[in-house]
Design a protein around this ligand. Structure first.
Ligand SMILES: Nc1nc(=O)n([C@H]2C[C@H](O)[C@@H](COP(=O)(O)O)O2)cc1CO
Length: 201
């Protein structure tokens, strides 16, 4: 029996192939999965003007430091976890407060050591430079990432999530992007299912 009549220009190709933009953001989402950060995993994918991927990256500790730097968000969390692990009779909440009050150093948090996803992607690029490239990021770039993106001559930022939009770092990043005339747009998947599925797993 004859099937559906072929449409003009129907060469029999698969119709549900992945659109390039979805692929680039999915690559960023997949890269984020390599992160060891227990709370926030960030991925980045840099694409050149020929639509070729030239780099991917994720938030990580510097090479050689992976097993030695803390992943905690606050000194208190570390100390509380240690008390808890040693069978201490303080609750985690109490221990956290005691430790946080006793030591206010940031040296025991991840923030001072971690390489953001954008930095890692730029350092790991497989091209001479990333001038004129677009960057797909799972989280809006920080002020430090914005400086790198601008100085590297990238032309566009596409982001999936902006959960720290109220932070000083994000506000500073937006101010620099505006001044440097680098457009930032929220990612709108063409084929939502694939990217969101990756994001949520
Ligand atoms: N743009 C960014 N790129 C990143 O790679 N990061 C990293 C740094 C930390 O490892 C993690 C944020 O941890 P937390 O504060 O949500 O527990 O994400 C953070 C930002 C935020 O501006």
């Amino acid at each position: 029996m004859a099937g559906k009549p072929a449409q003009p220009n129907d060469n029999g190709a698969r119709k549900d192939f992945m659109e390039p933009e979805d692929y680039f953001m999915a690559a960023a989402v997949l890269s984020a999965r390599r992160s060891r950060d227990p709370s926030t995993q960030v991925g980045a994918c840099i694409v050149n003007q020929d639509k070729k991927v030239v780099a991917v990256g994720y938030n990580k500790m510097p090479n050689g430091c992976e097993d030695h730097m803390p992943w905690s968000r606050s000194k208190g969390e570390d100390a509380a976890a240690a008390v808890w692990a040693n069978g201490g009779d303080l609750t985690v909440a109490t221990a956290a407060k005691v430790a946080a009050a006793a030591a206010e150093t940031k040296l025991d948090t991840k923030y001072i050591y971690v390489c953001h996803a954008v930095l890692n992607a730029i350092m790991d690029k497989n091209s001479a430079d990333v001038k004129g490239c677009s960057i797909y990021v799972t989280l809006f770039p920080s002020n430090e990432c914005a400086k790198l993106i601008i100085e590297a001559g990238m032309k566009e930022v596409v982001y999936l999530c902006d959960k720290y939009h109220g932070s000083l770092e994000t506000q500073a990043a937006k101010r620099m992007f505006k001044q440097a005339k680098i457009p930032c747009r929220e990612f709108l998947p063409k084929e939502t299912e694939v990217v969101l599925k990756l994001k949520s797993t």
